[in-house]
Design a protein around this ligand. Structure first.
Ligand SMILES: *Cc1c(COP(=O)(O)O)cnc(C)c1O
Length: 433
């Protein structure tokens, strides 16, 4: 498969080129030149085959023949080594739990797959590859764990000081080895800006071999199709249209959902469920896209004021508002609504949701109120509630059970390096280390 840039000014490249570069040289985002529609027979087979086999078949057209079959099989089977669980709260409301991986959030899918793919692509390089990643919470831990100990690669993670939970912070600042965490005096948008600036710094790129691991990297998006297929396998054959509500920040998750739909999965519409950072729901309403500084909320992994996958959404919808609207409906939830939704899910279904998942449920409920025709909802549950224990406790009065994996990290001490939000400091750090 060849990859093209959404900005249309860069040459086509291979998967290796797209994964190692992250951002295209014209500033656009890489997209596969085509997303082949699968036959109904093949989709039917997806229901019956073992999940690893299905993931392999889903990703093969995007990676072959460049990545040999046995390598691709190894990447898929090592990366996707944990289950996707479907919980039906009622006949019309299903929750797809994507948080059963090592860092208890859906980003494990993308990060583990991408880390192994990059490890393969740099196997013959003499220089160390530096992976830069800005995180508002969960990317950091998923990427750090994905790359921990991968030879030839070091990871530098930038995160906004004091704006993420202790549980999130401890999961990626305590690892050491080839993982460095920079604690930035600023917001998540500052972190993203620093990373972007580093990639466009010609001098720096001559002296260092850099790549990104944010959700702009196509290597993270491809494996996110897997769980949309997992939902298709586990849901009863749809008698009413399926609406998929995606708690969204940078919109990588939702973009991958549209990829899966283009492959032929039956999804009537997606709901872009955001918190108060509702730039995309606003765009869907007014046709105007106004990125703005992020606002801090309880669902902090979605505190993004300038969603970086937006060009991909537009590209998938031929740049036309009415096509985007046909594909996606939007809703922005307040923090108060988020707490109420968590409480209500607990009281009605005895279900403990994390704040991001609760935002997803609110998006689905708002959709349902606005559309009277029959439909069923699938909400992507993006994080384990224990990662947001404080918010959960505030909402339902009790703390969620702490998984052993997380408890172990809380005992360890943080090794992060404090840094200002100025570009020069960051550049000096990269050149010194
Ligand atoms: C990253 C993240 C999101 C947002 O995903 P995007 O692909 O950036 O839209 C939602 N929930 C959680 C828990 C996350 O970590």
């Amino acid at each position: 498969m060849r990859y093209r840039s959404t900005a249309k000014q860069a040459p086509l490249t291979s998967l290796r080129g797209a994964v190692l570069r992250g951002l295209a040289p014209d500033g656009g985002l890489y997209m596969p030149v085509e997303i082949a529609r699968r036959s109904p027979e093949e989709l039917e087979e997806f229901r019956a085959l073992p999940f690893t086999e299905v993931c392999y078949r889903v990703v093969k057209p995007f990676a072959g023949p460049e990545v040999p079959e046995e390598i691709l099989w190894q990447v898929v089977s090592e990366a996707i080594s944990f289950p996707v669980k479907l919980v039906s709260l009622s006949p019309g409301l299903h929750i797809l739990e994507l948080f059963h991986g090592p860092t208890l959030a859906f980003k494990d899918f993308g990060a583990r797959f991408m880390a192994r793919l990059m490890g393969y692509f740099v196997r013959a390089e003499t220089r160390t590859l530096t992976v830069l990643v800005a995180t508002s919470g969960d990317t950091g831990s998923a990427v750090a764990h994905g790359f921990l100990g991968v030879p030839g690669i070091r990871v530098v993670i930038l995160y906004p000081s004091k704006r993420i939970s202790e549980a999130q912070e401890k999961q990626f600042t305590t690892l050491g080895e080839n993982i460095t965490a920079l604690e930035v005096a600023g917001s998540f948008d500052d972190c993203q800006r620093l990373v972007k600036q580093a990639f466009s710094d010609v001098e720096l790129n001559k002296r260092a071999f850099l790549t990104s691991a944010n959700s702009i990297n196509i290597g993270r998006l491809l494996p996110q199709m897997f769980y949309h297929v997992a939902a298709y396998r586990q849901l009863p054959v749809a008698s009413v249209p399926l609406i998929v509500s995606v708690p969204s920040g940078n919109f990588g998750n939702l973009t991958a959902g549209i990829f899966a739909k283009r492959m032929g999965l039956p999804v009537a519409r997606f709901v872009a469920s955001t918190n108060a950072n509702d730039v995309v729901p606003e765009y869907l309403r007014s046709g105007e896209f106004h990125p703005r500084p992020a606002t801090a909320t309880y669902s902090n992994a979605m505190d993004v004021g300038s969603p970086n996958n937006f060009p991909r959404l537009l590209d998938l919808c031929r740049g036309r508002l009415e096509y985007v609207q046909r594909e996606i409906w939007g809703h922005g939830a307040t923090d108060d609504d988020t707490l109420s939704a968590m409480k209500s899910l607990y009281e009605r279904f005895n279900y403990i949701a994390d704040p991001h998942t609760a935002v997803g449920v609110l998006g689905w409920e708002a959709y349902k109120r606005a559309h009277t025709e029959p439909s069923q909802g699938l909400v992507l549950a993006t994080a384990h509630p224990a990662k947001f224990a404080d918010v959960v406790k505030r909402a339902i009065g009790v703390a969620p059970p702490l998984p052993d994996r997380l408890a172990a990290y809380l005992q360890r001490s943080k090794l992060s390096v404090p840094i200002s939000s100025g570009y020069d400091d960051f550049k000096q750090f990269l050149l010194r280390h």
